[in-house]
Ligand binder design. Structure first.
Ligand SMILES: Nc1ncnc2c1ncn2[C@@H]1O[C@H](COP(=O)(O)OP(=O)(O)OP(=O)(O)O)[C@@H](O)[C@H]1O
Ligand SMILES: [Mg+2]
Length: 526
């Protein structure tokens, strides 16, 4: 549809002035409705409407104001011939003529502006207009029984003007604007909803899927992050190795939540916690009557984890008979429930973990070598905490913040002597032990900093002996140095000359230190 100009419409009307004026009004409304419907930008649409009013109806000035629900004020949204660009104009509800129209929802006509003391002319910026007599007409913009704004025009004063008609006409313009405002607000609300949803989803994603709950920046931990990133998206079987408390379970979670299986179940079975005769029914499920007490049938963890990740913890503790069954499942991706004949097929990613020396267990005949190869497709080794001393402080701070929050305390820092003790200790229980030590400190701490005496007695002994402290400081520095060398080698992909430059030393010294710390630099070549 193209805009119909007043002249085209007028062609088939009688030339009487009254008719001409009606036609002009109709065509204005048509143009205005088009101006509002072609754009999603409300302000631009309103601006066009006001320009049309100026062109066809000799409006000297015109304005649209809308209520701002947040501030309770009436704000100028668009104007023609009225204000300087960028100027902000506001009225309190009920203030001035415009404010009154919005408050009452009724149009107001001021035949002679010069005689109206309430006329604020806040939107006026043309002093030359002050010398002319103007009439002002303002009509409400109403949405569902509520006045949300007003549209106002200034016309040259004419003694015999039919204000009644002009008010009616402006009222129709007002209701058209109201529809545009309604659509605009619906779109805004939808958009806001989308934005909110998006923010919420992203926050949830971040909490669940990234590695931010894994703390540590040591070379060893960075290697872990890299390996997790490499393998997470695949369905490769992963074996997590490392001492107790190093964070294997946390890494198993990271693997799951960074995989395409994230929305499917993550099922953990601890092979050590279950009595050996129970583990098979737990893993594979059973049919009714499979054994005394099997009154019904039950799905095993393998079936429950279908589509997701099955995490078998303490795999090194699995008995030999069950190892055979597990091997078959891994080979065929199928099994039968205990006492059942139907073959169940599952699609899952298997992650296993152990703190045992599996190679030793194989040699001792306690662990099947064929199963070992099936599990050890992609191994991630988590270094003990004492071998990544640079993580101790970060982890300690992380747990301090966490437990302070949980216990409602305001403990901000760890004193230097306490830090020294944390660094000196050998952490046989690794991160779990560190977390427990910090939680204990938070509970007993009555100050805003953790002091040495807040730490558990096991840590105190190191400090008591002077020589051990001196040795420990050196050890600490050495650990940091070793870490830095390994980092450099990693960045330089095993190129020792390049790695030496990265840490700002000579190749000779670098090689000397690599030998001293028994770093296998070939490992970093790729
Ligand atoms: N890098 C880390 N960042 C933050 N928290 C960690 C980290 N590593 C371990 N933790 C925390 O330490 C505790 C022990 O970790 P986790 O249970 O994953 O260890 P594990 O290797 O599975 O130990 P185990 O062999 O005894 O089962 C958990 O509370 C875990 O949240
Ligand atoms: Mg564990």
């Amino acid at each position: 549809m193209s805009p119909i100009s007043s002249s085209t419409v007028a062609d088939w009307m009688e030339p009487a002035e009254e008719h001409a004026s009606e036609v002009r009004k109709l065509s204005t409304l048509l143009e205005a409705s088009q101006a509002l419907s072609v754009t999603l930008d409300l302000e631009a649409g309103l601006q066009r409407v006001l320009e049309i009013l100026g062109r066809h109806h000799g409006a000297v000035r015109s304005t649209v104001v809308l209520m701002n629900d947040q501030t309770g004020e009436v704000e100028l949204q668009a104007s023609a011939g009225a204000i300087q660009p960028g100027q902000r104009v506001r009225y309190a509800l009920g203030e001035g003529i415009t404010g009154q129209v919005v408050q009452s929802g009724k149009p107001i006509v001021v035949p002679r502006v010069s005689r109206e003391p309430k006329f604020l002319s806040r939107a006026a910026a043309r002093p030359e207009l002050a010398r002319q007599e103007l009439s002002y007409i303002s009509a409400p913009i109403s949405l569902e029984d509520r006045t949300v704004g007003a549209v106002g025009i200034d016309l040259h004063f004419k003694p015999n003007r039919d204000y009644h008609r002009t008010v009616k006409f402006l009222g129709v313009v007002g209701s058209m604007i109201a529809q545009a405002v309604r659509v605009h607000r619906l779109i805004q609300a939808d958009r806001q909803k989308l934005v909110d949803e998006n923010t919420h989803l992203r926050r949830e994603l971040k909490e669940r899927y990234d590695f931010s709950n894994l703390v540590g920046t040591s070379g060893a931990m960075r290697q872990v992050y890299e390996q997790v990133a490499q393998v997470a998206r695949t369905s490769t079987t992963v074996l997590l190795r490392g001492e107790s408390g190093t964070g294997k379970e946390l890494i198993a979670h990271a693997l799951h939540y960074n995989s395409s299986r994230a929305k499917k179940p993550f099922i953990k079975v601890s092979c050590a916690a279950l009595p050996q005769d129970l583990i098979e029914s737990e893993l594979f499920g059973y049919e009714k009557g499979a054994f005394t007490g099997a009154h019904g049938s039950k799905k095993g963890r393998f079936e429950i984890a279908d589509g997701g990740t099955l995490f078998l913890d303490e795999i090194g503790d699995l008995n030999l008979a069950t190892q055979v069954k597990l091997l078959r499942v891994l080979q065929e991706r199928a099994f039968e429930r205990l006492g059942g004949t139907q073959t169940v097929h599952v699609d899952l990613r298997l992650v296993t973990a152990t703190n045992k020396d599996l190679e030793k267990a194989i040699a001792a005949g306690e662990f099947r070598e064929d199963l070992y190869y099936r599990l050890n497709v992609f191994a991630i080794y988590v270094a003990p905490l004492r071998d990544r001393k640079t993580d101790i402080l970060l982890l300690a701070d992380h747990f301090l913040e966490k437990f302070s929050r949980e216990h409602g305390k305001n403990i901000r820092r760890i004193s230097t002597p306490a830090i020294d003790m944390l660094m000196a200790y050998h952490w046989p229980g690794n991160v779990r032990e560190l977390a427990n030590a910090i939680e204990r400190a938070v509970v007993v701490c009555d100050a805003n900093a953790v002091h040495a005496h807040h730490l558990p007695p096991t840590l105190q002994t190191a400090e008591a002996s002077d020589t051990s402290m001196r040795l420990t400081l050196r050890e600490t520095l050495e650990a940091v140095e070793k870490d830095a060398l390994q980092d450099a080698l990693k960045s330089a992909r095993g190129n020792r000359a390049k790695a030496a430059r990265l840490v700002g030393t000579t190749e000779r010294i670098f090689n000397y230190k690599v030998r001293k710390y028994e770093i296998d630099w070939r490992r970093f070549r790729s």
